[in-house]
Design a protein around this ligand. Structure first.
Ligand SMILES: *Cc1c(COP(=O)(O)O)cnc(C)c1O
Length: 371
């Protein structure tokens, strides 16, 4: 059996080559690179896909978070609540504005942020909550919505791992004031480089972000705001338009693989749990086991890729050491980070590959038990 990667982008490209190549050629031929027609069309299509009024294409998921926080008015000294178990960009967006990330521990069942920890961290300076839909599952949003309403906090959804996921049949973008997406190549919807977007139902927020991403420009020479260069390339938007047509099928394939993993690994490993009203899109399939490090080295020697999302929670990263968190401050996350690992899951995986992963994981578990 050949090596099994975490994701097979060359194979995905081979299947779409006939559609993608002519579109790339057309754009190069026309020189339509910046703020072009495909970007406008993609924004319309992705907003419709998410069930949101507005979409603004951006240069990355990190830029989406940066501009989202800026657009809702986060500034120096403000506090923003953020899960500690996430990618650094979720919190970097807060810190880069001079605001303070207030880290929250993890729900031990779903690995999303523990909503019961939010209220006790709210102070007069708290302005917003970043809700990360980790691994492809929307957090159960009802109570978080109520907390936000009660304390007048904005909600930013970090949906970089959750394109197409639903909670109570509503996609990301419905649940917050604004939702941020990444189109990094490995994401459920990925382009051929860096890319991102926000969706929102607020015309005010959308207008501000459209300005911020293009140097605050209202016309070629008039700058209403101090802005950024945060645009999504027209080429990337054109590729995303093609891939968006397949996103629901791909997500369904991921769910099918997850179902097979669930039913064949649950007796030995802690498998991912889904909320009853949630439709998971399995950006990662993340398991837990006390002997995690041994398992991933044995997977590697069997040619199966794996990864750890994430081995160190953000409150213990050097980058945030000025916030002076200590070990055991957020014990659930710290414990989870020692045990979790993610195994291959991508739409093009063959049945043979899926069976092989399960066989090897069961073999490893037996070896550990008998060792
Ligand atoms: C990928 C990711 C980001 C950042 O997106 P980029 O496009 O790489 O900048 C932010 N948050 C989460 C949770 C992510 O997984």
């Amino acid at each position: 059996m050949n090596k099994i990667p975490l994701i097979d982008l060359p194979l995905q490209y081979q299947r779409l080559k006939k559609e993608i190549d002519p579109v790339i050629k057309r754009i190069i031929k026309n020189g339509d690179f910046i703020l072009g027609e495909d970007l406008r069309m993609f924004e319309r299509e992705f907003a419709r896909y998410c069930g949101a009024k507005y979409c603004c294409g951006l240069s990355s998921g990190s830029t989406a978070l940066d501009l989202a926080l800026k657009a809702i008015g986060i500034k120096t000294g403000d506090q923003v609540i953020c899960p500690t178990l996430t990618f650094t960009a979720s919190a970097a967006a807060i810190a880069n504005l001079g605001a303070i990330p207030v880290f929250i521990d993890t729900n031990p069942i779903t690995y999303n942020l523990d909503k019961n920890q939010i209220a006790k961290k709210i102070t007069k300076k708290t302005k917003a909550i970043i809700v990360v839909h980790l691994y492809g599952q929307i957090t159960d949003m009802d109570e978080i919505g109520e907390i936000a309403k009660k304390y007048k906090l904005k909600i930013i959804e970090d949906a970089a791992q959750a394109h197409g996921a639903t909670y109570k049949n509503k996609k990301t973008g419905f649940w917050g004031d604004i939702a941020c997406f990444s189109f990094y190549p490995s994401k459920n919807l990925g382009c051929f480089g860096d890319g991102g977007a926000i969706v929102t139902n607020s015309s005010k927020i959308a207008k501000t972000i459209f300005l911020l991403r293009d140097h605050g420009r209202t016309s070629k020479y008039s700058h209403k705001l101090v802005g950024y260069n945060g645009r999504l390339d027209n080429l990337q938007a054109a590729i995303l338009r093609i891939k968006l047509k397949y996103l629901d099928i791909w997500n369904e394939n991921r769910r099918q693989i997850a179902r097979y993993y669930n039913s064949n690994l649950s007796s030995i490993y802690t498998i991912p749990q889904t909320f009853p009203k949630s439709k998971h899109v399995y950006y990662t399939y993340t398991l837990a086991h006390k002997k995690r490090n041994l398992i991933i080295s044995m997977l590697a020697s069997n040619g199966i890729s794996s990864a750890i999302y994430y081995p160190i929670p953000l409150h213990l990263q050097e980058a945030y050491s000025n916030l002076e968190y200590r070990k055991k401050d957020l014990p659930v996350a710290e414990n989870i980070c020692k045990n979790i690992f993610s195994i291959p899951i991508y739409p093009e995986m063959t049945e043979k590959q899926i069976h092989h992963v399960v066989t090897v994981l069961n073999k490893i578990a037996n070896n550990i038990k008998n060792a």
